[in-house]
Design a protein around this ligand. Sequence first.
Ligand SMILES: [Zn+2]
Length: 173
Amino acid sequence: MSKPTYNLDGTGGSCAFCGKSVEPHLNYCDWDCHIGHAKKLGGRVHTPNGLPINCIMHDSTMLEIADGDHPDYKWPVKAQYIGPVTADDREFAEHACGLSASATDDEVRESMGETHALLYSDEIKSVTIYECCYATWDTKTGLLEAGSLWARGRWKLVSIEPPARPAGSVDRS
Ligand SMILES: [Zn+2]
């Protein structure tokens, strides 16, 4: 009788990269094995800022950030929620982000932060992409100008400076 298989690739309880046993619902021991498998499959590493791989595409392309394969991608930037905190926001923060019921509104806002891919920036406007949706921002104030996923007056780009390149990293763009 064959062992039951649960994993997407049919390996059933063993890591698809190193073969060590894992929980039946998992495909990999950890993120490193996930990356190792993507590399073994011939995936391209595209980390132009030398940042760690945080996203693996269906074709095994490895990126610093989702949307980091956009042809105009520059680097990751932080978008912060600055609006009022609703009961729904608080409930989501508690369930999805593990915040305690006594968290402050600022802590809830912090948990709602998003990492966008910066595509363009000059002294007047900045353009980002997040989950395949574009947003434009006032570069001086950082405030959102337009974007279908966000409400104006409630979102702000915290910083658009390029990230420090980790020591010893190589340009693998
Ligand atoms: Zn493994």
